[in-house]
Design a protein around this ligand. Sequence first.
Ligand SMILES: Cc1cc2nc3c(=O)[nH]c(=O)nc-3n(C[C@H](O)[C@H](O)[C@H](O)COP(=O)(O)O)c2cc1C
Length: 191
Amino acid sequence: MNVLGINGSPRKDGNTAILIRTIFKELNEQGIDTELIQFSDVTIKGCVACGGCMIHQSKRCVIKNDDFNECFAKMVSADGIILGSAVYSADVTSQTKALIDRASMVLAANKGLFKHKVGAAVVAARRGGAMSAVDTLHHFLHSKEMFLVGSTYWNMVYGREIGEVEQDKEGIANMKNIGQNMAWILKRIHS
Ligand SMILES: Cc1cc2nc3c(=O)[nH]c(=O)nc-3n(C[C@H](O)[C@H](O)[C@H](O)COP(=O)(O)O)c2cc1C
């Protein structure tokens, strides 16, 4: 079993990456493989509404000069997806939204590619807008026939400078719990 984590923040190895790696630790301890994609390292352009994915139905976006298709192919082959974002202007980052828009179109043209995958949404925020960002991520995952993993509270952790999220003890405990819950459901789905 494998879980793909997507750090939708343009800040490499920042707070969102810390949250995803906290979940990864729990998954790895239960024998589940993990891989992290950081949007600091890739380019995901926005959807241009060309409709090419609907015409070709090739499980790919027709935009070729960026990293979307490689990222999307990894999402398709993963058993679980952790979609993480920093909170920007009370929602997800523009890079994360670009992924959501293009993946949604390719999935509309090629139904069922994410069916029965397990998904979790996590966000890092300084102060406000975390709930809106979690909602945006959940709307995407939930509308693609995925099973969402929750915790004992909302999937958000607070911090501004890199590493500050580790001081949010309740938030980090939530992340660990998400990892344990994700491992639990993955094992049952794939037993
Ligand atoms: C352009 C920009 C917009 C931001 N907007 C918000 C916001 O609306 N609410 C908030 O709580 N934090 C906001 N922040 C702070 C980040 O969400 C916060 O620093 C977070 O920990 C960054 O995570 P990262 O290290 O993964 O990038 C913003 C930061 C930037 C750079």
